[in-house]
Design a protein around this ligand. Structure first.
Ligand code: HEM
Length: 608
């Protein structure tokens, strides 16, 4: 009996508590709604805490709303069903709402930005490493840091983990390196780019810099590593010739795409599937495009029967090796700073092969230009625009050393970026037959109007908005570089914190471009989202929400070249084949560039 009685009391108490909570919530919401319509609400922004506070502080004076009830009557704390009905229509006289004073928030100290404790573990190692650069730290962070603790597969996941754990701004500090801030919100990225100086500083690739300055005794570190105004001078000189060359070489680049198409027909099996090492064929295509634009030479990378086949194999092997060991040297502890490790030796040997090839063409061009008179050279720049880029750069009097390192950066990073972005694009098309169909229709309709069958021109490419959207969408989901970096040249304010000048900022742009606020169903491949720009122009920071080629003065120099190459090849392949892929999902893994983590076993089924 007593137990029953006790239970009933407990149940009754629970019920009354629940009713109280419900009523308090309803009155709070009602109050918030009402306040929205008052003048006070307009000038005093309230958050949910304010509303709750307001309801609590005024609970004794809030009028219950019956016309008959005066404003001085108090509302019962524990409401009855009667008072609940009465709540439906109560009004608060505006004069009773006490306006709140907006309190200016003082900037929060930089040191209070949350960051991972796990990094503290590394501090004890750092002191044994005298030559620590920011890049080392970034590398640690981006590559191996969380190994063992997370399901680490060398992709962007650990960075995402840090944001999930510490919020939208994460600070990483150490005793020897400068502080590093990691961000991913477009509005924060905008602040970083707004403070950019005339010559912004980005993290370089230390091992390539080391190769050039110490191993090779070149006079500068290279396009990706060079920081000062000297590089900007070179960049200015290259920019225009680069764009002109690409436009002038569209026809030649298109025929390189024809070669890959034929090669696919030769190498696919009876199920129309290309071999697992199809990535290598894409590399050959990328290198042939590079040779064509830089040296105006057809090398035969896609022709296994050509005279230069063994030389082609050597160059492609060198490129693959250089990329692999650059990534291995650059990530983890950089022991190569103290002695030449086996990884560094392999990288240097591969770079030497590429350097030799580039050097050969530079010498040839130098000889050619020495034999022609200056006036003739000037005539070249004005009249004969079809010169290869190397010759144009030499006419611009760019130092041969600078040309050499620029070309090597273009091969190791630029060509690799194009190949891997193209690989992901083909994958997305293969996985989305509806998109592929629409793209095919666009290509056919434009080609029939503007160009000869199966040949693209500058005009035909300009008339393919859907193709551009397909590329943009693929770069949104799988950019070549998942993050951008800058050293702050002046202090900025982010998320209420003051970030001092000299802080190194990592912008996780791959995460930015997959945020729900900016992209509906962000994980889906939907090129259509780029066609109606107005629909997406609602947000002030839209511009910063997808930056596959970076932003500002230090944005990608090869953007035009990359986009044209990708457009040409994609148009060609979609026009000729239906592309299919039957295997497990392909994700990216990070080898200084996002690369596919699985073989590209596409099926290329003839359309006719
Ligand atoms: C789809 C292919 C490519 C993508 C996604 C890409 C992306 C990028 C990104 C994100 C940056 C850093 C920008 C920044 O920090 O704001 C960059 C820099 C650069 N890219 Fe590309 N790139 C591609 C292809 C190429 C190609 C083919 C070339 C060769 C001409 C090239 C040459 C460069 C150079 C020289 C820089 C350094 C620019 C500077 O520091 O001023 N890129 N690229």
């Amino acid at each position: 009996m007593i137990r029953c009685l006790m239970q009933s009391i407990l149940v009754a108490r629970d019920l009354s508590l629940q009713t109280y909570k419900k009523c308090l919530y309803r009155s709070t919401m009602k109050l918030a709604d009402t306040l929205t319509n008052t003048e006070e609400r307009k000038c005093v922004p309230l958050n949910s805490n304010d509303v709750i506070a307001a309801s609590m502080t005024q609970s004794h004076v809030i009028p219950t709303v019956n016309a008959t009830v005066t404003s001085t009557q108090t509302m019962p704390l524990l409401e009855t069903a009667k008072s609940e009905t009465a709540m439906e229509s109560f009004k608060i006289p505006t004069s009773k709402v006490v306006p709140r004073v907006r309190i200016e928030k003082a900037p929060l100290p930089f040191e209070e930005i949350p960051g991972p404790m796990i990094l503290k573990l590394w501090e004890k190692y750092w002191r044994y490493v005298p030559l620590l650069g920011t890049q080392l730290f970034c590398s640690l962070l981006i590559s191996r840091l969380t190994q063992g603790r997370l399901s680490w597969n060398r992709n962007i996941t650990p960075i995402k983990y840090l944001f999930d754990e510490y919020g939208c701004i994460v600070r990483i500090n150490g005793p020897l390196v400068n502080d590093i801030i990691m961000i991913h919100r477009p509005e924060h990225i905008a602040e970083v780019f707004k403070q950019e100086s005339e010559s912004p500083i980005r993290s370089g690739i230390d091992i390539l810099q080391h190769y050039r300055l110490n191993h090779h005794k070149y006079r500068s570190a290279g396009a990706f590593s060079l920081q000062d105004l000297e590089w900007l001078e070179v960049k200015k000189k290259i920019n225009q010739p680069l764009h002109e060359t690409i436009s002038d070489y569209i026809g030649k680049l298109d025929s390189v795409c024809d070669e890959l198409t034929n090669r696919i027909r030769n190498i696919r099996n009876r199920q129309d599937e290309v071999p697992a090492n199809f990535h290598r064929e894409l590399t050959a295509w990328g290198m042939e495009c590079f040779y064509m634009t830089m040296f105006n030479k057809h090398f035969g990378f896609l022709d296994s029967t050509s005279k230069s086949a063994s030389e082609a194999t050597k160059i492609i092997n060198a490129l693959i090796t250089a990329h692999t060991y650059m990534s291995r040297c650059e990530t983890g502890f950089q022991v190569w700073r103290f002695f030449e490790t086996p990884f560094a030796k392999k990288l240097y040997a591969a770079c030497d092969v590429l350097d030799e090839v580039i050097g050969k063409y530079i010498r040839q061009t130098q000889n050619k230009l020495q034999t022609s008179s200056l006036s003739k050279q000037e005539k070249f720049t004005n009249e004969e625009r079809n010169l290869p880029l190397l010759e144009k750069m030499m006419i611009q009097r760019i130092h041969p050393n600078d040309i050499s390192i620029l070309l090597m950066d273009t091969i190791i990073l630029g060509v690799q970026a194009v190949i891997n972005c193209e690989a992901f694009l083909l994958y997305f098309l293969a996985k989305n037959p509806r998109v592929q169909k629409r793209l095919y229709n666009e290509i056919i309709s434009v080609s029939s109007k503007t160009s000869k069958e199966c040949t693209q021109t500058k005009e035909s490419l300009e008339n393919m908005p859907y193709l551009k959207a397909c590329i943009k969408e693929s770069l949104r989901l799988r950019p070549a570089f998942p993050y951008l970096t800058r050293l702050l040249s002046s202090a900025i304010s982010l998320h209420g914190y003051t970030i001092p000048k000299g802080t190194f900022v990592i912008m996780a742009s791959q995460i930015t471009s997959q945020r729900e606020e900016h992209f509906e169903d962000p994980e889906k491949y939907q090129p259509e989202r780029w066609l109606n720009q107005d629909e997406y122009a609602y947000n002030d920071y839209q511009e910063y929400s997808c930056l596959p080629f970076g932003y500002g003065v230090r944005s990608c120099l090869g953007r035009n070249m990359a986009e044209i190459q990708m457009m040409l090849l994609t148009a060609k392949l979609v026009q000729e084949f239906t592309i299919e892929y039957d295997y497990a999902e392909i994700q990216s893994r990070f080898l200084m560039i996002n690369v596919p983590n699985k073989s590209l076993r596409f099926r290329f089924v003839d359309r006719n």
